[in-house]
Design a protein around this ligand. Structure first.
Ligand code: ALA
Length: 383
């Protein structure tokens, strides 16, 4: 199988990630912070090491403010529901994934908050000036996805972050598609809340993710319960990370995520980005001249987009192309709306969606060539 669905989850993982997960599950396996025996202490130290590796990767000063979550959706819910109070206003964009747009839409429908959804300029980029002019006295939060999961567009988060910080509001970045794919520095980019996936660009296992909570922010816990220490307290402890981490974490997954972050750091985020961009460009250059296909988003140019490419085959629904690639060519891509209907409305591909190709670190030029040849063969059946 040629796997080209890394925007959904990366596959395969580096060998060291599988090995670490197996080693932790077999030889440590204990519950971190629950008990004072050696294995519990080793489990706690393992979590701390992964927190440090993530804080270093994202430029965070305090590893304890890296809170482990199940995935980016979990982290985004933790951020928005922990921060917003009735009467607040939020500035976001029409391009957001359902993990941002649905929680905000529900709070809006309940009358708790109001939301401004910015339209991008041509090319899918949000104008930082429009973000600034949408902020009013009730605005508490600006929430923007760093990189789109349909078109791969990279937003100017450094400029947006500077505007938000100048106006003393909070900036939430959805880094589901950018963590491990584009360099991120929460300090330089003025990010107060960074929600990231452990299992996509960071190459860790599914069931891992996190929220970096900057030191200007206080969040209410949206999940409360046992934290290991301070058990006599009637309410959730206030210290990080325990204030936001209740219940037994995904220990083997987090151990393996630490190994994955080491792998990404060693190969280098910029080098990984370059590899994916090269593959995306190879796909683009072969299909763009072929008028049986429509390519969406910006032409791969090295900085304004990730390696995610959405395309259409004229005359065939995306779901059909996905199914033929899977069953007849052993190639995995994702067809449809990709949980981001707003982006498809903007692009004019709603409700059918697109065929999304998302290469990862282990894909090769031969994989892209095999996909191009399969797509041409499928399109050939039509002509
Ligand atoms: N949000 C993930 C995707 O884009 C699952 O496929």
């Amino acid at each position: 199988m040629i796997y080209l669905d890394n925007a959904a989850t990366s596959h395969p993982k580096p060998e060291a990630v599988y090995a670490r997960m197996d080693r932790f599950a077999r030889h440590v396996g204990a519950n971190p912070g629950r008990g004072g025996h050696r294995l519990a202490i080793e489990a706690e130290a393992t979590l701390a090491a992964t927190r440090r590796a993530l804080a270093d990767l994202f430029g965070g000063r305090d590893p304890n403010r890296v809170v482990f979550t199940l995935n980016t959706t979990d982290a985004l819910n933790m951020a928005m529901k922990g921060l917003l109070v009735p009467g607040d206003h939020v500035v976001t964009t029409v391009l957001e994934h359902n993990s941002v747009s649905r929680p905000l839409a529900r709070l809006e429908q309940e009358g708790a908050i109001t939301v401004t959804r910015l339209q991008p300029r041509d090319g899918g980029v949000i104008d930082p000036g429009e973000v600034a002019s949408s902020i009013d006295e009730r605005t508490r939060l600006v929430a923007v996805a760093h990189a789109g999961n349909v078109l791969g567009t990279v937003q100017p988060i450094e400029e947006i972050g500077a505007m938000v910080r100048e106006r003393e509001r909070f900036f939430l970045v959805d880094a589901a598609q950018s963590g491990g794919v584009i360099p991120i520095d929460v300090g330089r980019q003025c990010i107060d809340l960074l929600a990231f996936s452990g299992h996509k660009g960071l190459l860790g296992p599914a069931g891992t993710g996190g929220l970096y909570v900057g030191d200007r922010v206080t969040l209410r816990a949206w999940r409360e319960g046992g934290t290991g220490g301070d058990s006599a307290r009637a309410v959730q402890p206030e210290e990080f990370p325990h204030c936001l981490e209740a219940g037994t974490p995904n220990t083997a997954g987090i151990a393996a995520l630490g190994e994955a972050v080491r792998y990404v750091t060693e190969r280098g985020v910029s080098a990984l980005a370059l590899h994916e961009e090269r593959l995306a460009r190879r796909l683009w250059e072969q299909l763009e001249p072929d008028d049986r296909f429509i390519l969406h988003g910006r032409r791969p140019d090295g900085s304004s987009r990730t390696g995610v490419i959405s395309l259409d085959m004229k005359g065939r629904p995306a779901s059909e192309v996905e199914a033929i690639l899977d069953t007849s060519f052993d190639i995995a891509v994702r067809g449809g709306l990709h949980c981001a209907p707003g982006t498809h409305r903007f692009e004019g591909t709603f409700p059918e969606g697109t065929v999304r190709v998302s290469p990862g670190p282990f894909n090769t030029e031969a994989d892209i060539d095999a996909l191009v040849s399969a797509l041409r063969e499928i399109a050939g059946d039509l002509s």
